[in-house]
Design a binder for this molecule. Structure first.
Ligand SMILES: NC(=O)c1ccc[n+]([C@@H]2O[C@H](COP(=O)([O-])OP(=O)(O)OC[C@H]3O[C@@H](n4cnc5c(N)ncnc54)[C@H](O)[C@@H]3O)[C@@H](O)[C@H]2O)c1
Length: 398
């Protein structure tokens, strides 16, 4: 099958692209390399040294024998080129990773807020409009986030896969039941763009019958897959800085370099997690099980387990002897929350979850130790504050 991987040079996109190519699909990576540019702007680099996209593709062809193609294109700003690409290539599926994906980066300044909205919402909308205009019959698999449901209290209720069944009272006292999109509760500008994506998908699916699977992904941890380990030039990126690093990978990397684990607030925040290998497998499963013509947007919760941040820190500390530091929370969020998630869709399709076992945690620590001298410690603290109240708390350490 011909598949476009939008954002295929990124952390989740690159291992996904090589997996699809390895399975015999004709893969075209579409990326504007903005993630690499943001690293330059922030003065930080992936902890693991990553090859250029051209070197990656050369290495991949040498290692696997199946070439992938690359198109340098900004989906948010180059609508005509995107349309032309769809018309000429006529892909059967598009995996859409191409968004600004860091909540802290989205909250840094008005400029990064506006960039995140412009890039993410325009990119998704351009894609949908170009599919309609080109008339291509294609299945979109989009990477959304578990964060669209919000991290408040769900009072013990299980978060369903995208849709909530509600009872609506009628004037005559009777009630009818209906399935609605689960109410959204974004916790940052980044998360808000993902909730807007959801509405765009709902509308284009209803109006134009576009076939869409929206994957509400948890926080991804780990770094390489068996395929990206095959050659150093295929190595995946590892973000550790205060803007792009995600919590578990940051703890593992901090433990590796002898930096105290940075728990924000009480650590009572509960979040959903998934290993990069399972993320890759889920995208493959979603592509293999497309919605039928006329089916509503399929929504899967792409996560395998939930953990409290403080528990993760304790686990990493027990494994490595690291010290845990409690820091003021830069985010405006609930001090603690529950999170019970239904993830049956992928389990029923055959996903065998890779859970947090000591071996895999140690594997990440080993990768981080190997590249410890590439770490710039000054980039570890999270300095992007959600409001002036959090900025003040960070400044005074209160
Ligand atoms: N990493 C996680 O823990 C995580 C968790 C949940 C959801 N997600 C979602 O998965 C997707 C991929 O995340 P990631 O961690 O790989 O991020 P990433 O930043 O590493 O990769 C995104 C890629 O998209 C490209 N891109 C961004 N805007 C583009 C545009 N306008 N045109 C073309 N290319 C563009 C970037 O250059 C980059 O290569 C994102 O949509 C993110 O929201 C990631």
């Amino acid at each position: 099958m011909k598949v476009f991987v939008l954002g295929g040079d990124g952390f989740c996109g690159w291992p996904c692209a090589v997996n699809l190519a390895h399975r015999g699909h004709d893969v075209v990576i579409v990326d504007n390399l903005s993630r690499r540019k943001i690293d330059i702007d922030l003065g930080v680099e992936s902890l693991t040294p990553i090859a250029t996209i051209q070197e990656r593709l050369r290495a991949w062809e040498q290692v696997d024998g199946r070439a992938m193609r690359f198109v340098h294109l900004d989906i948010a700003r180059e609508y005509e080129r995107l349309l032309e690409l769809l018309r000429s290539e006529r892909p059967e599926a598009i995996v859409h990773f191409a968004e600004q994906r860091a909540a802290p980066y989205s909250m840094k300044t008005s400029a990064t807020k506006r960039y995140t909205v412009d890039n993410n919402v325009n990119g998704t909308h351009n894609l949908l409009a170009a599919i309609v205009e080109s008339g291509v019959d294609v299945h979109i698999v989009h990477l959304g986030t578990m964060g669209v449901y919000g991290y408040g209290s769900h009072r013990g209720a299980t978060i369903p896969e995208g849709y909530l069944t509600v009872e609506v009272p009628q004037p005559d006292g009777s009630r009818f039941t209906e399935q609605i999109l689960h109410p959204t509760n974004p916790g940052s500008v980044y998360h808000m763009t993902k909730t807007l994506d959801q509405l765009l998908f709902f509308y284009y699916n209803k109006n134009d019958s576009i076939r869409i699977t929206d994957l509400h992904q948890g926080i991804v941890w780990g770094t390489n897959t068996s395929l990206t380990e095959k050659d150093p030039r295929l190595t995946n990126r590892f973000d550790y800085d205060g803007d792009y690093g995600t919590v578990l990978n940051r703890f593992l990397m901090q433990a590796a370099i002898g930096y105290p684990l940075t728990v924000h607030g009480t650590g009572g925040q509960t979040r959903a997690f998934i290993h990069i290998r399972d993320s890759v497998r889920c995208v493959q499963l979603a592509l293999e099980h497309p919605p039928t013509q006329g089916e509503k947007v399929k929504i899967f919760n792409q996560m395998t387990e939930s953990h409290r941040v403080a528990d993760l820190a304790e686990k990493v500390a027990a494994l490595t002897g690291a010290r845990v530091d409690r820091l003021p929370n830069p985010r405006n969020e609930a001090i603690e929350n529950d999170l019970i998630v239904d993830n049956r869709c992928f389990l029923e399709l055959g996903l065998q979850p890779t859970t947090l076992d000591d071996g895999l945690l140690t594997e990440v620590v080993d990768v981080a130790r190997r590249w410890a001298d590439r770490c710039d410690r000054s980039k570890i603290p999270c300095r992007s504050a959600w409001t002036s109240r959090q900025a003040e708390a960070i400044r005074t350490g209160a």
